[in-house]
Design a protein around this ligand. Structure first.
Ligand code: FMN
Length: 207
């Protein structure tokens, strides 16, 4: 019987692109046999900013039922797959704020020895997807986490072309998440589950 693994998919999304990928990643992880928690980072933006963008307001309403992430989700997880839109080539404040609440767990060593991976979206093809994922991964090094990026480990990666993590170019919100991004998400998620299983089983055998 394969080693049971817990995967937390933790994301922030304003207008729904990243949440669509997050839902796909959660399904893919389930299909790969993992226990899954899909969790969103809490909103920080003022209501006026949200209301000024109909797509943002609508997405906030549509995802009201998705639980907000808590530090306990990090403790529960054997693997964490983070998702964030690109903000000036960087991680969103909302996801970063959650990461910044984890100092106590970091200090206790509770975030180490887990598998981590990430995905993103941006308006433009060279708008900072790689820098966003690399910035996200800085935190993983501090956790003592084990990064499992997709690399070019599957032929589909030569189509989607981002070895750092699944990335979607959303245009002005008019390029929906479709097969290329969904394939990249599946390949990355299956790889995360596979290595999480192997690492968990290996560590259990060591101890
Ligand atoms: C404040 C802000 C900064 C952004 N910075 C970038 C950027 O650096 N490069 C880019 O291509 N898109 C940028 N975008 C666009 C978003 O990354 C893009 O629309 C993304 O797909 C939104 O994901 P979501 O629908 O999950 O919120 C920015 C958007 C906002 C609101």
């Amino acid at each position: 019987m394969p080693t049971p693994v817990n995967v937390a998919v933790i994301y922030y999304s304003s207008t729904g692109t990243v949440s669509t990928i997050a839902e796909a990643v959660a399904r893919d992880a389930e299909n790969a046999g993992a226990q899954v928690r899909l969790r969103k980072a809490a909103e920080l933006a003022p209501q006026a900013a949200i209301d000024s963008n109909p797509a943002w307001a609508e997405h906030a309403r549509a995802t009201a039922g998705i639980p907000e992430v808590s530090p306990d989700d990090m403790v529960w997880a054997d693997a964490v797959i983070f998702g964030t839109p690109t903000r000036y080539g960087n991680v969103t404040a909302q996801l970063k704020q959650f990461l910044d609440t984890l100092g106590g767990l970091w200090q206790a060593g509770s975030l180490a020895d887990k598998v981590y991976s990430g995905f993103t979206a941006s308006s433009t093809a060279h708008g900072g997807q790689e820098s966003t994922l690399l910035a996200l991964y800085n935190t993983v090094y501090h956790f003592g986490g084990i990064l499992v990026p997709p690399g070019y480990t599957d032929p589909s990666k030569f189509v989607d072309g981002n070895p750092y993590g699944t990335s979607h170019v959303s245009g002005q919100g008019d390029i929906p998440v479709a097969e290329q991004t969904l394939t990249a998400a599946r390949v990355q998620t299956e790889r995360v589950v596979k290595f999480t299983r192997a690492i968990k089983a290996g560590l259990a055998a060591e101890n």
